[in-house]
Design a protein around this ligand. Structure first.
Ligand code: HC1
Ligand code: SF4
Length: 574
């Protein structure tokens, strides 16, 4: 143990503790800006500087360890002045246009500047200007970047994608895409993790809310909205609602006030995805069994467009291993403009289909040329992030705390616990196995029989018996884990029948379109909410969903039928 004094308080902490963490243990909060625990501990912003007696310069608290007998001052006059000047330097290269910034009110630079009492900037502004393709789903504004390098680290270390880099030197240093390439050419998966790890408004999603407001204001359009599984765990954070208050039914009430005609649940089409994907898995295994060859590579889930983009860009030779089943977002879109349009007795062109997703990559998925109906129109007209939809609710001045829960519309609002679990890592695998077991054996499994695939470990594997077959599966989340698994598969170190990959850490609950809480990782907690909803659900197996049964009986026929193939499957190369 190490004994030291911080601001006059005696502190005892383990060796290799940083000054920052030692102070925190003593109840003293040192401000930070570039710091991200275990990911970015580079001390570059100089906001966490402290004075250590006997050392003639201030030191960064985030990356210097405590020593026995150290005497630290976190708020001495020199510390306070240095901190303020360092933030003033950052502001001299920052556009400070808070009134039109999506992060206003949730920006660590804004908070710090206010806390430090920076009322007037003593330096001239030097802005480098921004040059960005504003039609791309991910937007970067160079004039808001504070060069904290968090985006570089999260993209590199957690997502193994390497989109961002540092360019130039000294006062000209800036963050940019690797080699200054246009963002569309960088292999960006659009997972959005750089956005949720940015402390300011330098990174954000393309805002598509005006398009939706326009459709809502058009009396000729019928506006449907689908709510993704993971949205229910997080939307209320923006409004300060407790998890128990922030139900999907309260969100439905808010969306009706915003003006949507029908409020549905992506968990319905997650059940549909399971019907198709579980059938596809069994079909692939049967074909492999008949040919006598065990497939070298597993079938991969394909519902995460961040992952699909990653495979296409980084492992194109594995694209054929992706399930051909469309994601729940896209299955919903296809069903809404065919089966549901028919049920309503309206022309599909009248339907405006919106999705609310915890995801940025869903915007690109919805825009794929392969995700269109017979008339060439997109199946999902606009995919909004949770942050965008919360901005819409705010723009309508709706007091969500005063709303009562309202039921979702039917039949596309009916879902099982399996469909809801999709939003957490392991959820797609768990849901698929529950149905595959029934399809393979005719028996109803215990809904918790496959719980080994749940939890926050980055790479999970399990073997389950299904009839006479042992099925080996793996689940990874975070693209660095996916890369490790793919490399192990390619070198022959491991082999599986079925693998679930979600690009974002924790799955969609940790998605790049979720509300942002600087420095906090909430995916584990949000995932537990989804598993709790699954456990408390009366229906926990996708094939038991009565709305799904009706959809097959009235329209699709059976999983993998000709119509199901046409509407619910895709060529992943397209
Ligand atoms: Fe997801 Fe999915 S789980 S991809 O994370 O398969 O976004 O929530 O909607 O489509 O259902 C996202 C979440 C979501 C799809 C489903
Ligand atoms: Fe989007 Fe979910 Fe994939 Fe993240 S894990 S990229 S939120 S689909």
């Amino acid at each position: 143990m190490v004994k030291l004094t911080i601001d006059g308080r005696d502190v005892e902490v383990a060796e290799h503790t940083t000054i920052l963490e030692a102070a925190l243990a003593a109840g003293i909060r040192i401000p930070t800006l570039c710091y991200l625990k275990n990911l970015n501990e580079i001390g570059s912003c100089r906001v966490c500087v402290v004075e250590v007696e006997g050392i003639d310069q201030l030191v960064a608290a985030c990356n210097n360890y405590v020593l026995d007998g150290m005497v630290v001052h976190t708020n001495s006059p020199s510390v306070r002045i240095a901190r303020k000047v360092n933030v003033e330097f950052l502001l001299s290269q920052h556009d400070s246009e808070c009134t039109s910034c999506v992060r206003s009110g949730n920006c660590s630079l804004q908070t710090l500047s206010n806390d430090l009492g920076i009322a007037q900037l003593p330096f001239d502004k030097h802005l480098a200007g921004e040059h960005w393709n504003l039609s791309f789903p991910l937007i970067r504004n160079n004039d808001k970047c504070i060069k904290c390098m968090r985006c570089i680290q999260v993209c590199d270390k957690v997502q193994a994608t390497g989109v961002w880099d540092i360019t130039n030197r000294a006062g000209h240093t800036m963050v940019n895409t690797v080699g200054g390439k246009p963002i569309e050419e960088t292999g960006c998966s659009l997972c959005g993790q750089c956005i949720t790890h940015c402390p300011v408004g330098a990174l954000r999603e393309r805002d598509d809310t005006e398009q939706v407001f326009d459709a809502l204001g058009d009396p000729e359009r019928i506006c449907l909205v689908q709510i993704a599984p993971a949205v229910r765990t997080a939307w209320g954070e923006t409004f300060g609602l407790a998890p128990g208050q922030a139900t999907v039914e309260r969100l439905a009430a808010a969306l009706r006030m915003v003006g949507f005609d029908y409020i549905f649940d992506t968990s319905f089409s997650a059940d549909l995805t399971i019907m198709e994907e579980a059938s596809e898995l069994l079909e692939r295994l049967k074909r492999a069994g008949e040919s006598g060859e065990h497939p070298t590579f597993p079938m991969f889930t394909s519902c995460c467009p961040g992952w699909v983009r990653y495979v296409k860009d980084h492992y194109p030779e594995l694209v054929d291993q992706l399930s051909t089943s469309k994601s729940p977002q896209q299955m919903f879109g296809a069903i809404a403009k065919t089966y549901y349009a028919q049920a309503l007795g309206v022309d599909p062109s009248k339907i405006f289909s919106v999705s609310i997703m915890p995801c940025v990559a869903k915007k690109a998925e919805a825009a794929l040329p392969s995700m269109t109906g017979a008339d060439g129109a997109p199946d999902v007209d606009v995919a909004l992030t949770v942050r965008e939809v919360c901005r819409m609710v705010k723009a309508c001045h709706i007091d969500v705390a005063k709303l009562d829960d309202e039921p979702l519309d039917q039949p596309l609002g009916t879902h099982t616990g399996a469909g809801v679990a999709f939003g957490s890592t392991g959820g797609v695998m768990d849901a698929a196995l529950r149905s595959a077991y029934y399809f393979a054996t005719g028996e109803r499994c215990d809904a918790d029989a496959f719980s080994d695939v749940r939890g926050m470990d980055g790479w999970k594997e399990a073997t389950f018996t299904m009839g006479d077959k042992a099925l080996k599966v793996a689940v990874v989340h975070g693209l660095a884990n996916a890369r490790n698994l793919l490399d192990a598969l390619k070198s022959g170190e491991v082999g599986y029948d079925f693998v679930e990959v979600m690009a974002c850490p924790g799955g969609c609950v940790g998605g790049g379109g979720q509300p942002i809480h600087d420095g906090m990782e909430l995916a584990g907690e949000r995932g537990e909410v989804l598993w709790g909803l699954d456990r408390s659900s009366n229906l926990r197996r996708s094939y038991e969903n009565p709305a799904i049964q009706m959809c097959y009986a009235d329209y699709l026929g059976a999983p993998l039928s000709e119509r199901a193939e046409e509407l619910l499957h895709t060529d992943q190369r397209a």
